[in-house]
Design a protein. Sequence first.
Length: 157
Amino acid sequence: MATPDVGKPAPEITLPGLVVSDGERRDEQYSLTAQRGHPVVLAFYPGDNTAVCTKQMCSYAAGIELFRSLGAPVWGISPQGLDSHESFARDHGLSFPLLADTSREAAKTYGIAIAGLGLRRSVFLIDADGVLRWKQVGLVGLTYADVDTITEQIRKL
């Protein structure tokens, strides 16, 4: 399946996720439809506690106030379950939602699933109306969109 086209409605996803804040874990369902009215950054990453993924998610955590000032929540999405996400969030001080795509349905819907290997590291920017406005889809997964690149795209909305 191909990745969605920029300028078209973003495929709907609803996934279980969690946030660790002030030492407390809060679980909930995260749905793109419920986010209408402000942009959302979907950051798909292959795995918790892996070298590049940790660097990527920690960079987003360091820039979280900038994302918040632009009204754009960041959702980290990977195939691991919520318990793995909780450990990852606690170990690295990640204070934004980590969503569990254990069936890889969201990765398939966004055209980034790789059979037998997981998913391609990718970032999708969805605008306030639910339209895909920007994407960066990795080929190998060793690089990722940095905070400056993503916030520049958010400012263009």
